[in-house]
Design a protein around this ligand. Structure first.
Ligand SMILES: *Cc1c(COP(=O)(O)O)cnc(C)c1O
Length: 229
């Protein structure tokens, strides 16, 4: 540990997380530092401060930033938290330790065929569209159980848990509770939910991973050519 501004911010965040977890009688979740749009210098500062788990939402951006850093930090754990196109699948499988956004049968089948070619797959989370929002990725809550059973039993995929991004304009707790209930019913342990503006509610509902960008790195610079949202 050191005394840089990032290290201080990180220590504060861990203290706040521990306080909330204790209050809610939940284990403290893992902190995924969402480093999209952050440059290499910022990433180095975070690594120097001891952070090892990071989330990126674009495969190509991550491929440009992380392989060099992984050489210096082999204990790095990289999560893909954005949509994955099948044409970037091989790159993503080589780059990421966790893919949080398995969201459709075609992607599951493509992952399974890589596994059949003896590729070691990342750990997988299934993204659930808890608000059934048309513009948002994820399997619908009503389809989640059948999809996950099929992934596990027919395709032999290593599914660890569930991930969700609730609607921005609604109270989050019912969405987090829904995701937690689905995970419990399916016997899945990992629950990735909660971002900078709602992580305490996510912890209260049993999040095992919270994904924090702004709360750790500050406001992100606007992304150029952003047609993604
Ligand atoms: C950007 C992003 C986050 C982090 O958002 P903040 O509000 O900055 O904490 C978390 N999860 C996903 C999927 C994201 O794309």
């Amino acid at each position: 540990m050191n005394d840089t501004p990032f290290a201080q911010r990180l220590a504060q965040m861990h203290a706040q997380i521990a306080t909330i977890a204790t209050q809610r009688q939940r284990p403290a979740p893992c902190l995924v530092a969402v480093s999209k749009t952050q440059d290499a210098e910022t990433l180095r500062a975070a690594l120097l401060a001891g952070q090892r788990r990071f989330g990126e939402n674009r495969v190509q951006e991550a491929a440009a930033k992380w392989p060099a850093l992984r050489q210096d930090y082999p204990d790095l754990c990289l999560h893909l938290i954005g949509p994955l196109q099948t044409n970037k699948l091989k790159l993503a499988v080589d780059l990421f330790d966790v893919i949080e956004t398995l969201d459709r049968p075609r992607l599951a089948e493509a992952l399974a065929s890589l596994q059949q070619e003896s590729k070691t797959l990342p750990r997988l989370l299934v993204q659930v569209n808890t608000g059934a929002e048309p513009q948002k990725a994820g399997v619908l809550p009503a389809d989640a159980s059948a999809f996950i059973r099929w992934c596990q039993q027919d395709l032999q995929l290593p599914i660890d848990g569930l991930m969700a991004i609730p609607p921005v304009d609604q109270p989050r707790t019912p969405h987090f509770a829904l995701l937690a209930r689905l995970a419990r019913e399916l016997g899945l342990s990992a629950l990735s939910m909660g971002m900078s503006d709602d992580w305490p509610e996510a912890i209260a509902q049993g999040a095992t991973h919270i994904r924090l960008g702004t709360a750790l790195f500050g406001e992100r610079a606007p992304v150029k050519n952003a047609s993604r949202f």
